[in-house]
Design a protein around this ligand. Structure first.
Ligand code: AMP
Ligand code: MG
Length: 418
């Protein structure tokens, strides 16, 4: 990874915005090397390693968009209905051959090739037949209901760019172009640890004062949805020596080490010291709530991100910071999800200079505008505040006092982790 510069370390003081943090973490790493060819059936969510150009026109031939009658527009009457004998019939998949089209209407079906010379198709619902003659209403435009060859994409055009994270619709396009496999980047490998003496593996008996580990389940799923492979390395105890050893071991086999917990400034927060022992650390204070602190550094040469311990803070900082780095490692870019505008269904006050994410549920109001209802419990450790809400409203740095009805951006969970 790029060296953490003095600049990065200097950020230990000032508060950074999420955008600054995301851009900085992304700039610290390069996409992983290693390209593999995978079948389209296995390519959903993978990142294209090279541009894909269309090997043919799509559609490959001009065809009818409807069930109906194909004609030459020039043959139609200048005014009023046209009467044309029906000659020929072309179902989808049949060869139009050298069927004549001059002065006649050819029966065609959706997807059937347009017979040579025909350019316009009347929908069957609009046509009446009298003794083998089609009566065609006036008013249709030249070329109506016909799909020209290459209408969708022309041969040689860019079908999918390098760096694109493939979605179902991209796979459909590549498939329609006849491709069977694509060159994608290897998935980044992300080692995930939880830290804390109080943490217990689910399935084990729970000792007094212990809690089950929630963050690893959260991070495993979020890392996978971000397009990376998880290396689950379990729970680390609050002990600097063992932390340093396990982190160093993990770093050898992955592209990013991701931990949660142990990065606050308490006496029992040993992650920072451990990372400093086996690498370097820049401690970033990001101006968000919930969320700070986030520790960023390297273990050996492998990037390291230390997320906070509280699950809701993990959720938010992963979504905006860790995800940006994983996207960059994966060879793509993390673009900010599209926010919807909603109205606050509650008054709110916050500190200036810090962005807040508030967990809300959406309710439609009488005029169709969505109103955001705040979850009653907003502690950073309350998991049901995430499971029982729809997403986050984003309250900008400069806002302090917001009245009910203030219009704010809303980010749906589905978009944050889609
Ligand atoms: P820390 O930053 O280590 O002080 O942790 C802050 C809070 O988050 C504490 O209440 C921890 O018990 C809790 N916490 C830390 N890690 C986890 C985890 N993996 N699962 C659930 N809660 C956690
Ligand atoms: Mg802890």
């Amino acid at each position: 990874m790029a060296q953490l510069s003095r600049d990065d370390e200097a950020f230990g003081g000032a508060l950074m915005t999420l955008e600054q943090a995301g851009a900085r973490v992304a700039a610290l790493v390069e996409p992983v090397a290693g390209i593999e060819r995978v079948a389209l059936a296995q390519a959903d969510g993978r990142v294209l390693a090279e541009d894909v150009l269309a090997p043919c026109d799509l559609p490959p031939f001009a065809n009818s968009a409807v069930d109906g009658y194909a004609v030459r527009f020039a043959d139609l009457a200048a005014a009023g209905p046209s009467r044309m004998p029906v000659a020929g019939r072309i179902p989808a998949g049949a060869d139009a051959g050298s069927i004549a089209t001059q002065g006649v209407a050819v029966r065609v079906f959706t997807g059937a090739p347009m017979p040579d010379g025909a350019d316009t198709v009347f929908m069957q619902e609009d046509v009446t037949l009298e003794d083998g003659v089609a009566i065609l209403p006036p008013g249709l435009r030249d070329g109506a209901n016909a799909r020209p060859a290459g209408e969708d994409i022309t041969r040689g055009a860019l079908a999918a760019p390098a760096g694109l994270r493939l979605r179902p619709q991209d796979l459909a396009l590549l498939s329609a172009l006849g491709l069977t496999e694509v060159a994608v980047r290897r998935r980044p490998r992300v080692a995930v640890f939880s830290t804390g003496d109080e943490l217990t593996e689910p399935g084990q008996p729970l000792a007094p004062a212990a809690i089950y580990d929630a963050n690893r389940a959260l991070l495993r799923a979020m890392v996978e949805r971000a397009g990376a492979e998880v290396i689950d390395l379990g729970i680390l105890r609050d002990d600097r020596g063992s932390l340093a050893r396990r982190l160093a071991e993990a770093a050898g086999g992955c592209d990013l080490v991701l931990t949660s917990g142990g990065v606050s400034t308490g006496e029992e927060d040993h992650v920072k010291a451990a990372v400093e022992q086996v690498g370097a650390l820049a401690f970033w204070r990001i101006g968000i709530k919930p969320g700070r602190p986030v520790a960023l550094g390297r273990v050996g040469e492998t990037p390291f991100i230390g997320l906070p311990g509280n699950p809701v803070a993990v959720f938010v900082t992963f979504a905006f910071v860790a995800r940006a780095m994983i996207a960059r490692l994966a060879g793509t870019e993390h673009t900010r999800p599209v926010a919807l505008s909603v109205r606050l269904g509650f008054p709110y006050r916050k500190k200036e200079g810090r962005r807040e994410y508030v967990r809300v549920s959406l309710e439609p109001s009488a005029n169709g505008v969505m109103v955001a209802r705040k979850h009653p419990q907003d502690g950073a450790g309350v998991l049901t505040s995430l499971t029982r809400t729809d997403g986050l409203v984003e309250l900008a740095e400069d806002l302090t006092v917001m009245g009910e009805g203030t219009v704010v951006p809303f980010l749906a969970y589905g978009l944050l982790f889609g």
